[in-house]
Write a protein that binds this ligand. Structure first.
Ligand code: B4P
Length: 192
């Protein structure tokens, strides 16, 4: 089983690159952001609770996202592997993912981080907010809070995978195709 974690701050290009990667590698895309937005669209209680936090630029509690990922892994037992997009976002989530994958695979093969500075992130997300309908992309101060949350709570997840020799990072500014080529080269070098 081939599992990849796509990592980086909000707006770094994780969702964009995930779409290209699933087409190339035939892996299942698991985006916790998308799973949460599906709950919001369905109007579930979980969705209602998550929406408040997401609109504020805060993380949804670990147990909620870990539960969603556990459920998605169960549902996709026959998959050749997964692209994890926007997950794990805390060290607790990373530890849980390792445990969830230990039962039925070789774990995470590689984590690829996209590095993009704050001003570019804000610019991209405000631009997306004009057409995406995503309420979390429409207010600059909330976007900056998401970046801050990334710096204080999420960035340390890189260390978790670096200590396993699985962390790789690249510049996320540039042509989408060029970045895709660089990500693919890293993935190919670290296939299980
Ligand atoms: P996510 O849905 O994961 O959203 P994101 O990080 O903001 O977006 P992403 O990084 O995928 O966007 P992309 O760069 O592709 O999370 C939303 C919220 O859900 C979080 O704030 C949190 O509240 C909650 N949540 C999700 N997962 C969680 C977890 N595990 N734990 C707790 N809470 C969780 O795209 C951005 C824009 O940039 C696009 O418009 C794109 O066209 C553009 N772009 C991409 N690449 C580009 C490039 N190379 N050049 C120029 N523009 C580019």
């Amino acid at each position: 089983m081939h599992n990849i974690v796509l990592f980086g701050p909000p707006g770094a290009g994780k969702g964009t690159q995930s779409q290209k990667l699933i087409a190339k590698y035939h892996l299942v895309h698991l985006s916790t952001g998308d799973l949460l937005r599906a709950q919001i669209a369905e109007g579930t209680e979980l969705g209602l609770r998550a929406k408040k936090l997401m609109d504020e630029g805060l993380l949804v509690p670990d147990e909620v996202v870990i539960g969603m990922i556990g459920h998605a892994l169960e549902k996709n037992k026959a998959a050749a592997g997964f692209i994890f997009d926007g997950f794990p976002r805390t060290v607790a989530q990373a530890e849980s993912l390792d445990k969830l994958l230990a039962g039925h695979s070789t774990g995470v093969a590689s984590m690829v981080a996209l590095e993009v500075g704050e001003e570019e992130l804000v610019k991209r997300l405000l631009e997306r907010g004009k057409t995406s309908g995503r309420t979390d992309d429409q207010d600059e101060s909330r976007i900056r809070r998401r970046v801050q949350v990334y710096n204080t709570e999420t960035a340390q997840v890189a260390g978790h995978y670096a200590s396993q020799g699985k962390f790789h990072s690249l510049n996320g500014i540039g042509e989408i195709e060029d970045i895709f080529g660089q990500i693919s080269a890293i993935i190919d070098r670290h296939k299980p």
